[in-house]
Design a protein around this ligand. Structure first.
Ligand SMILES: [Zn+2]
Length: 127
């Protein structure tokens, strides 16, 4: 998959490919990483290791917070061995009506994050 061009889904303008050095000057461990960023929207997304293919959609601070919340309720499922990571994502995909390919937190918009959090919170109650 080629990713020569990534569009910011907030403003529909092309994002710029930058390095971690530009984004996180205080994190030398991230200097080699690449990110697509839209400066006016303060939105960015990392790339798959060794490529310029984005990991998902660009995220501003609001969406970054939503995604963190999804991970906070989703990750313990497989980290604590309630189910495998694969099973956890398959369960979530079914709840959200997504294909396995679409069910990546990095691709979620805020509305999908909220639906995921709700489904995960209900899961604990109902088992
Ligand atoms: Zn933008």
């Amino acid at each position: 998959m080629s990713a020569a061009q990534v569009t910011c889904w907030y403003c529909n303008r092309p994002a710029r490919l930058i390095t971690g050095k530009g984004l996180y000057p205080h994190r030398p461990d991230l200097y080699a990483k690449r990110f697509w960023r839209c400066l006016p929207c303060s939105a960015w997304v990392g790339c798959h290791p060794g490529s310029t293919e984005p990991l998902g959609r660009l995220a501003n601070s609001e969406l970054r917070a939503w995604k963190q919340t999804v991970h906070r309720v989703l990750d313990p499922l497989w980290q604590k061995g309630v189910m495998s990571r694969e099973e956890a994502y398959a369960w979530l995909a079914e709840k959200l009506g997504l294909t396995a390919e679409e069910c990546h937190v990095g691709m979620f918009d805020p509305a999908t994050c909220k639906r995921a959090i709700k489904a995960l919170n209900h899961r604990e109650v109902r088992k």
